[in-house]
Write a protein of this length. Structure first.
Length: 549
């Protein structure tokens, strides 16, 4: 692993330690080096954190298409340095108007296969990018997309983690544009130059025509054609009706720090519930990698997931009692379920109301604005369907719906599903920015958020060390068959201690398998304005500053 100081422009690159000097001119952290450079180029051109984030998102569509792209969804949090206000955008799409539980039953698709075309919800990423820039950006979209367009046309050397994911997901690729994401029909190898002229054309169209070029133009027609050929029911009307939603972010305090998330239909509330539960325990007095600490974190996550796997749904279709779930009083009640000496594997959701694959990245600009941004296809390449001439795959986010008609998250026409992707933000007690942060990876994301926040707040870790620390991942997150996966580097005594307390463990996860534990980014802004960044060693990326110091 190369140290950060050995690479020009780099801070926290590839999981290496950040050099001592801090900068005040802005920073970008992503899971792919070329995406980080795209964001930095936009900051150099005078753009702000929102502009840089969208530039990085576009580049990631090229360099990590098995995780993200214009066929998926996005969420973002934006911190305005002038007002100290955090805003949130929900860029997730809805189910097609013709898709229903009755149709699935008629077609014998219960359960619905995860990569079936019916799982293509309206891709919300493009509208989300455009709407974020319209409200918070400073540069035209055509300028913001230039680095990604140039990279798509000229090509880039494929990094190791991307090559591994590309190879593993190649069998999923299908549809009229399938070969756009291959080299002569095969996945690119590590170090091999890959070009995507179809994606370059798509980005140029969006740069000149905005979101209408996608949802009401040739791109949208190609998307619908590909879905219909794969026996889906997405229509041009579904695309034309799509809109992003500006939502009120949710937050809680954790030992004096305020932690922000996007509200449901995203699962960020899971992390906040778990932090509320953990606030009642003295974590600072524990060994950070010891059995007592890890047991409490695992149990708090189980209790939080028990609630959110039931309550998180499209708030326009089902009431989500977010305020009640986030109350400290409710946390105290749910904390009583945590036995400090015994695992409680199968936890049931409470009653808070009386009577009743993914990329994360972040940017901070020289003015102190910050953007915490996440964009995803869901399961790797998603459905694997590639529209003709577009250069991206279509998500399978609809796989997060349930088929129980009595469940709040039951599939219904034009409804948004439970969403796993969540950006995070931390602010100090005075309202100033502390850090945008996030950990990508399906249901790992709130688990990663909690482990990062605890490492920062309880243990005082800097961004890179907190991302380097070994993690756990509960999978699946609900039910008696739940197992706790442990990353290599966990002390043997901790593994034995957790097993003695009743956890079902999968220890020693290593190599490319560490992707299970998410791939995070953090940029901390000190009160002086200096920036320190970190990028997860489980990916190919880095954190870089604008000046290249």
């Amino acid at each position: 692993m190369a140290g950060a100081a050995s690479l020009p422009l780099a801070l926290g690159c590839g999981g290496g330690a950040a050099p001592g000097g801090a900068v005040t001119s802005g920073m970008v952290a992503t899971s792919q080096r070329f995406a980080t450079e795209a964001g930095v180029a936009i900051l150099r051109a005078g753009g702000n954190a929102a502009d840089a984030a969208v530039a990085a998102a576009a580049a990631l569509n090229l360099t990590e298409p098995m995780s993200t792209g214009l066929g998926g969804d996005m969420f973002a949090l934006f911190f305005d340095a002038g007002t100290k206000k955090v805003t949130a955008i929900n860029g997730s799409g809805r189910a097609p108007a013709l898709l229903s539980l009755a149709l699935l039953q008629k077609e014998g698709l219960d359960p619905l296969p995860p990569h079936h075309a019916h799982n293509v919800t309206v891709p919300g990423a493009c509208a989300g990018w455009c709407d974020l820039i319209a409200r918070h950006g400073t540069l035209p979209m055509s300028r913001i997309l230039e680095p990604a367009i140039r990279l798509a046309e000229d090509g880039f050397p494929v990094a190791s983690h991307s090559a591994h994911g590309w190879s593993g997901g190649r069998a999923l690729l299908k549809g009229p544009g399938e070969r756009d994401l291959t080299i002569d029909g095969r996945p690119p190898r590590e170090g091999e130059t890959f070009r995507n002229p179809s994606l370059a054309r798509t980005l140029r169209a969006i740069g000149s025509g905005g979101k209408d070029a996608y949802y009401k133009g040739e791109i949208g027609s190609a998307v619908v054609e590909a879905v219909r050929q794969a026996n889906g029911v997405l229509s041009l009307e579904d695309l034309a009706a799509h809109e992003s939603t500006w939502v009120e972010p949710i937050s809680t305090t954790y030992r004096g720090m305020r932690v922000w998330e996007c509200p449901p239909n995203g699962q960020g509330i899971t992390a906040l519930i778990a932090l509320n539960i953990l606030e009642g325990f003295d974590l600072q007095g524990q060994d950070p990698l010891g059995t007592d600490r890890w047991h409490l974190l695992i149990e708090a996550m189980r209790v939080a997931f028990a609630d959110t796997r039931w309550y998180v749904a499209d708030p326009q279709a089902s009431k989500v009692p977010a305020a009640e779930l986030l109350s400290k009083k409710y946390a105290a009640q749910r904390r009583g379920l945590v036995d400090p000496k015994r695992a409680t594997v199968d936890v049931r959701h409470g009653s808070p109301v009386a009577g009743s694959d993914t990329v994360y990245f972040c940017a901070v600009d020289g003015r102190g604005n910050a953007c915490s941004f996440i964009n995803s296809n869901y399961m790797g390449f998603g459905t694997g369907i590639v529209p003709r001439g577009c250069g991206f795959t279509l998500q399978n986010r609809g796989a997060c719906f349930v088929t129980d008609p009595g469940h709040p998250n039951a599939l219904a026409p034009r409804k948004r599903p439970y969403h796993t992707i969540i950006p995070g933000m931390m602010t100090r007690a005075d309202g100033s920015l502390y850090a945008p942060f996030g950990v990508m990876g399906g249901f790992m994301q709130p688990q990663g958020h909690v482990q990062v926040v605890v490492g920062i707040v309880d243990d005082g870790l800097d961004p890179q060390p907190v991302l380097d620390r070994p993690r756990f991942c509960i999978q699946p997150v609900d039910g008696a068959d739940s197992r706790v996966h442990l990353e290599t580097g966990i002390p043997a005594a901790t593994v034995a201690g957790l097993r003695d307390r009743g956890d079902r463990l999968v220890p020693g996860v290593s190599g490319f398998g560490r992707a299970l534990f998410g791939r995070g980014q953090v940029i901390r802004r000190d009160p002086t304005g200096s920036l320190t960044g970190g990028s997860d060693p489980r990916a190919d990326g880095c954190a870089r500053n604008v000046l290249g110091e």
